[in-house]
Design a protein around this ligand. Sequence first.
Ligand SMILES: [Zn+2]
Ligand SMILES: [Zn+2]
Length: 135
Amino acid sequence: MTKLTGKCLCGKITFSADTDIKLMANCHCSDCRAATGAAYGTLVFVAADSLKVSGTPKVFHHKADSGSDMEKHFCPDCGSQLFGKNSNRAGMVSLRAGVLDQTDLVKPTVNVYLSSKIASTPVDSALKGFEKMPG
Ligand SMILES: [Zn+2]
Ligand SMILES: [Zn+2]
């Protein structure tokens, strides 16, 4: 088990999870880029029922290119992206690595959606890479 904690930029929303990290991925999809404003998003997937949130994130609903229903949870005051849910991954929640306190635990093992990455974004060739989301 790993103890994860984090907070948004303004600090009104905090969270913690005692959990196993299932997967850590750098996602280069256009949705992650638009949501975060960054060149790519780093996602930390954990069991949704392990996540305890203090404060009330706003939730944006949209469809992924796969057709699944997506949720983006963010702070309504400062706009920090915090969590995501995907109807294709029931029971899982993805935490945005940039809002975690335990930055030394952030070690992505895969790059996904390389088909839509920004051309200049460097990619670690030691990591497995996928054109879309595998599975
Ligand atoms: Zn905030
Ligand atoms: Zn993405």
